[in-house]
Design a protein around this ligand. Sequence first.
Ligand code: CMC
Length: 379
Amino acid sequence: MTQEKAELHRGLREVYIDRTTSSFIDGKIGKLYYRGYNIDDLATNCSFEEVIYLVMIGELPTEKQLDDFTVELRSYMDIPEQIVDIIKATKEAHPMDVLRTCISAMAAFDPEVDDNSAEATLRKGTRLTAAAPTIVTTHARIRQGKEPVKPDPNLNLAANFLYMLFGEIPDPRDAALIDKDFVLHAEHGLNASSFGARVSASTQADLHCAITTGISVLKGPSHGGAAESVMTMSLEIGEEDNAEKYVRDTLSGGGRIMGFGHRVYRAVDPRSLHLQDDLKELGERKGEPKWYSILQKVVEVMQPYARRGICQNVDFFSGAMYFLLDIPEDLFISIFAMGRIPGWTAQVIEQFENNILLRPRLEYVGELDRKFVPIGQRS
Ligand code: CMC
């Protein structure tokens, strides 16, 4: 036996694998920065287009730069007919499976697919960010037997998402909520999906591979899938008065309250505070304040956990907001994915710039030198 006793870091908890300038999470006090800017400033002042530029290029754009970038983004919103055919062929699958498959297939139509330079990767990231809402909404309509709606070049990405989903120009207040939601999801340190994207990039695979990996990793309920689970929980609770018993029964049965807890935050996730306010406003506007009340009651019952650093995260209020916007529940996680493509792109560019193969080890704890038995002699 030659293996030495390894020092394990299960889950890579607290392990730093590299340096970044893309984003910083101050988990102790619940602060988040993209490229040095506080998320609170960005969420209240910037459009998603501005934030895509900031995250992927590193600086806030001037008005002229933003105008040019917006024109470029909108020019990439149409998707090839062959992608529509793939959507038709896979329409019964979960929206994240369709998005993952289509992003992967978009490689076949990108003239720069194999070019891993920063410039080409940035252009590809721009194209994929622009195409993702069209893919998601085309699928959502095709599976309902409806004609896809072409993107409107006069609308931003968030408004286009709602327009292509429902076939009507959205209420600007609804579009503004999705716009802010995209801003809040754009980048977030070495979360599991960004790590997955970086592992792909570290082998010098291209951006389409990395983003396909990111979408795959995001799908799980421990990561991006929690918003849908929170809405399921809210529907099961049904009324504010049932919330306390629901939470206590779930916890005493060994379950988790979805939308709570985080690997890095030990305080309230600052993104959830914005979504909390947005949900309150939307619930009142739509005459359905009860979802906000139910979730606030859950927060109240979870107070003892807050003292242990288990607080509400970005997914806690977003699901109810999407629900009130009539967005189908299995699309919630795709909204997270659409918002995160700029962050994955920024981190892939960083990985390429100072690349090292990401290849950790596993401590082998199985048997060695077992006696080999030919197949015909095995019992
Ligand atoms: N409800 C109740 N207890 C919890 C929860 C929760 N949601 N989350 C963590 N805990 C407890 C857990 O039981 C454990 O307790 P103990 O030490 O007594 O065994 C302790 O907190 C540490 O949990 P962990 O699983 O070791 O922590 P982690 O850092 O590996 O997990 C997490 C992070 C997000 C997977 C976890 O908090 C969780 O499952 N939350 C619910 C799912 C969720 O909301 N996910 C969205 C995350 S935010 C969006 C994103 O950026 O991905």
